[in-house]
Design a protein around this ligand. Structure first.
Ligand SMILES: Cc1cc2nc3c(=O)[nH]c(=O)nc-3n(C[C@H](O)[C@H](O)[C@H](O)COP(=O)(O)OP(=O)(O)OC[C@H]3O[C@@H](n4cnc5c(N)ncnc54)[C@H](O)[C@@H]3O)c2cc1C
Length: 420
């Protein structure tokens, strides 16, 4: 049986793997196990929900992997099983780019769940760059929706597809805006906690073409990412970046384009690619820390002091500026005021249930401590197999939760897609 490329799912004892969206998926008879067994959709295959013991996986990577850039409109159409690295490679041939995240591995799940990129402060979230969407609702109805051509009864579906698509649809094609590919300057290196504190303070004043991402694993590593556009703006960028000259361990690097950057150096010893481990991650959202930076740093220190094993880390990426704007229309990424997206990661040896329990407990305890700074959730990973699922969806969809429930009831009445 072909493999699902995720270390959490590779050894899952799948019921079946299918490659096409076929009619039988939506048959009435499929409802017999309502609520217990849903279809696992796999695009990039980077989350633990793309394959599970006893479940069927719809693997979109084989038959929904086309990438087609229209060089006149600069819009690109991608299949629902395209991974972001392949998208970026294709676009780069035409000197175009897209605000992908910190890894090239995620697939369409990255776009459909919001999509926070180091370029988001300048170009919005991935969902803000969607021009049209094709796919099937959970009841088997084919949909094709195009921005600015949505009739009123489809408006809610369009908004919900941007941020909550996995709960009620299978998306086979997405049309996206692309952006001019520009050189990138990165300032990166290991820092200590005091330096991190100072750098966070500086970053909360950054203009939209600069963003900070940091990761606290066994040591702290930071990336300041600046898109270089033209001489006038670049001068201003250099003025901001000069403020970082006082941190001796930071190195300045220039990249021809976004494509050439690989985040997270080997020296961090991250466990994410360790085939003997399983893992979970919870993503949070909150606003600028401002005067709370010292308390936050203290809290972060406590959390890291209590980590149960060396796999555990906390990281954060910066959004804000364009992601706060609603000029791309309403969506189900409701926490538009957010300027930080931290995430908490832990892993454990595959079959060690006790270690799993301890690691998850650390994630939950850390989440509780971080809530005062980051009260909301970015539902980048579906956790319907975890106890935190209910709270996560409430904190992810906020006042749009009831609308999402209604859509789920109408368009996925048999519950063939992941439960809410
Ligand atoms: C190394 C790494 C770095 C990351 N960096 C970022 C980042 O910088 N910014 C950010 O926002 N997120 C980031 N993420 C999170 C990532 O974007 C989400 O976890 C995303 O959901 C992964 O999508 P996927 O297609 O790879 O996963 P999969 O496991 O294939 O899919 C996840 C779920 O999404 C749903 N889904 C996927 N495709 C479709 C489809 N075509 N139709 C309907 N439902 C679908 C399914 O329910 C599926 O189970 C990162 C993840 C990893 C592993």
């Amino acid at each position: 049986m072909p493999e699902i490329p995720n270390i959490n799912s590779r050894d899952a004892k799948l019921k079946e793997i299918i490659y096409d969206v076929e009619d039988f998926l939506f048959n009435e008879n499929n409802s017999s196990k309502k609520g217990l067994e849903h279809l696992c959709v796999c695009s990039g295959g980077t989350t633990s929900s793309c394959a599970k013991d006893g479940f069927t996986t719809l693997d979109l990577r084989k038959n929904y992997n086309k990438i087609d850039l229209n060089i006149e409109s600069n819009l690109v159409r991608i299949g629902g099983g395209v991974i972001m690295g392949d998208l970026l490679n294709h676009l780069q041939k035409h000197n175009r780019s897209f605000p992908i995240g910190l890894s090239k591995l995620p697939g369409a799940g990255y776009i459909l769940t919001g999509g926070v990129s180091p370029l988001s402060r300048a170009y919005g979230l991935a969902i803000d760059n969607i021009e049209s969407i094709k796919g099937f609702l959970g009841n088997g109805t084919f949909i094709y929706l195009k921005k600015n051509q949505i009739n009123p009864e489809k408006q809610l579906i369009w908004e919900a597809l941007k941020g909550a698509a996995p709960f009620f649809s299978i998306i086979t094609e997405i049309e996206l805006n692309t952006i001019q590919s520009n050189p990138i300057e990165v300032i990166e290196g290991f820092v200590n906690l005091n330096e991190l504190s100072e750098i966070i303070k500086l970053s909360e004043e950054f203009p939209e073409n600069i963003s900070l991402q940091w990761i606290y694993a066994q040591k702290i590593y930071i990336y300041i990412f600046a898109e270089l556009k033209n001489n006038f703006e670049d001068k201003r960028t250099e003025e901001y970046l000069m403020l970082l000259d006082k941190f001796p361990s930071l190195e300045k690097k220039f990249f021809e384009n976004f494509n050439k950057i690989n985040f997270f150096p080997k020296e961090l010893n991250l466990y994410e690619l360790n085939a003997n481990n399983h893992s979970e991650v919870i993503s949070l959202l909150g606003e600028d820390l401002k005067n709370d930076i010292p308390i936050f740093i203290k809290c972060l220190n406590e959390i890291m002091d209590n980590k149960p094993n060396n796999s555990c880390y906390i990281a954060s990426q910066q959004l804000g500026c364009k992601t706060k704007k609603l000029n791309h229309g309403s969506s189900f990424f409701v926490h538009r005021k957010s300027t930080w997206k931290p995430w908490i990661y832990a892993s454990w040896k595959k079959n060690d249930l006790q270690e799993k329990e301890v690691a998850l407990e650390w994630i939950y305890k850390s989440w509780t401590k971080l809530k005062r700074f980051y009260p909301n959730i970015h539902l980048a990973q579906l956790h319907n197999h975890l106890n935190s699922h209910e709270e996560e969806i409430k904190l992810a969809f906020g006042n749009r939760m009831n609308e999402l429930k209604t859509l789920k009831n109408i368009f996925d009445p048999q519950g063939i897609l992941p439960p809410l």
